[in-house]
Ligand binder design. Structure first.
Ligand code: FAD
Length: 391
């Protein structure tokens, strides 16, 4: 890979020395798996008991991984990143709310973000989570084609109306819209809805993007099926490609309930599935657009190579690389420096409501699961470089 992602001067150009020190300290803490488990349990308890821990969370994990509490807080962060060619995807990261008022307020937020995105080149995409618009159990029931009672029918109609409202506005304002993916047991119903939106609003170009979690062994076959449908019914496919964030939950549920896990048996199989799917999409890029959401250097590099082989420009607007704010700046900023399209998810929301998101980030960064050692190594390298250069 020629160490193309190792240029730490580029990677951390926007970080002051003290911000770099804070990042080092944070990743050092996260690197310790037992500490993350204990820290998570204590934090959850403290929040439930209404202990005043929000300040502490803000000063540590929150400010590293989030743009702020509101979209306005995110503006300076977003503008700063854009000076280096890195765009933002404002991600309203409130999770685990299950009432209609919350779903409607999430809808209002996303509509506002789409409008906001229309005015800012630094925000090429809006995004939402399926469970931000409806109850997980309802998705599950619809996906399994279970009979809904009268109230559930009405409830589902409201979920569909929310998808319709954001998709229509995204189409009218020409702002691409990403839909995240979640647990496999609710995903079928979300997939059907997003495909309906693609069919309706992706007639001229990909505006609506679904997400494929490539830790699932059935996803490339699923993409091929949607591709057949798209060819017959004439619409473009937009896909965010990720490996998937709910592996432990998926495997635990499958073994508790005694069904075959939807997750690939090994990390290597997931990696192959990811890279094969990227290759399939590049092969069929005439009808597709890719948002490669990954912190994996090799997968990012392979996509760069495929673009080169196919003669695609680095700036081809059908291909985007995406990372999460606070992670893998070495990939984001080096790619942007080379002229590729890059957008970082910039989460925001009230501190306690963003906790599920933060906990997922902490868990996936532990020494067991994650790439923390790489983050630490790069931060260390940059601190040393600055010391030597006296800047
Ligand atoms: C911009 C962006 C958007 C995202 N959106 C979503 C989303 O909508 N839905 C979602 O679920 N996640 C999402 N994620 C998170 C993503 O799914 C991954 O959890 C995260 O990016 C880590 O994977 P990786 O490709 O970066 O890197 P890697 O570190 O190379 O891969 C780690 C991943 O590999 C898989 N894996 C690890 N061990 C095994 C094993 N033993 N067997 C099989 N597979 C294994 C897991 O998926 C794990 O998360 C998003 C990530 C980004 C950057």
């Amino acid at each position: 890979m020629d160490k193309i992602f190792d240029n730490t001067k580029v990677a951390f150009a926007l970080k002051s020395d003290s911000e770099l020190d804070r990042a080092y300290f944070l990743f050092k803490l996260i690197d310790n798996e037992p500490l993350v488990r204990i820290g998570t349990a204590v934090t959850n308890f403290a929040l439930k008991a209404h202990l005043p821990v929000e300040k502490l969370i803000r000063a540590s994990v929150f400010d590293h991984f989030c743009g702020g509490v509101s979209e306005d807080d995110c503006v300076p962060v977003m503008e700063k990143m854009y000076t280096k060619g890195v765009c933002s995807v404002l991600d309203y990261s409130v999770e685990g709310k299950e009432d209609e008022a919350q779903f409607d307020s999430a809808l209002e937020k996303i509509l506002k973000i789409i409008q906001f995105a229309k005015e800012k080149d630094a925000i090429p995409f809006a995004v939402f989570k399926p469970t931000g618009f409806g109850r997980l159990d309802l998705y599950k029931k619809v996906g399994r084609k279970k009979l809904l009672n009268f109230e559930e029918h009405q409830e589902w109609d409201r979920v569909v109306a929310r998808y319709e409202a954001v998709s229509k506005l995204a189409f009218e304002l020409n702002v691409c819209l990403l839909v995240d993916s979640e647990e496999s047991w609710m995903q079928d119903a979300a997939d059907d809805l997003v495909t309906r939106m693609m069919k309706k609003y992706n007639k001229v170009k990909p505006i609506i993007f679904n997400t494929l979690q490539l830790y699932r062994w059935d996803r490339l076959a699923y993409l091929k099926k949607i591709h057949e449908q798209a060819k017959q019914e004439n619409f473009f496919i937009g896909m965010k490609l990720v490996r998937g964030a709910y592996m432990e939950k998926e495997n635990n549920r499958a073994s508790a309930k005694g069904y075959k896990s939807p997750i690939c048996a090994t990390k290597e199989e997931t990696d192959t599935m990811y890279d094969d799917t990227v290759a399939y999409m590049i092969e069929n890029i005439e009808q597709m657009a890719i948002f490669a959401g990954t912190h994996n250097e090799l997968s990012s590099y392979k996509l760069m190579q495929l673009m080169k082989e196919k003669g695609l420009k680095t700036t081809d607007n059908r291909i985007w690389f995406g990372q999460l704010y606070g992670m893998s700046d070495n990939i984001s900023y080096n790619l942007a420096e080379m002229g590729y399209n890059v957008a970082k998810y910039l989460p925001f929301g009230p501190v306690r409501d963003v906790m599920p998101y933060l906990i997922r980030r902490a868990e996936e960064n532990t020494s067991v699961a994650g790439q923390t050692s790489r983050e630490l190594m790069l931060i260390k390298k940059e601190r040393e470089r600055r010391k030597l250069n006296d800047n």
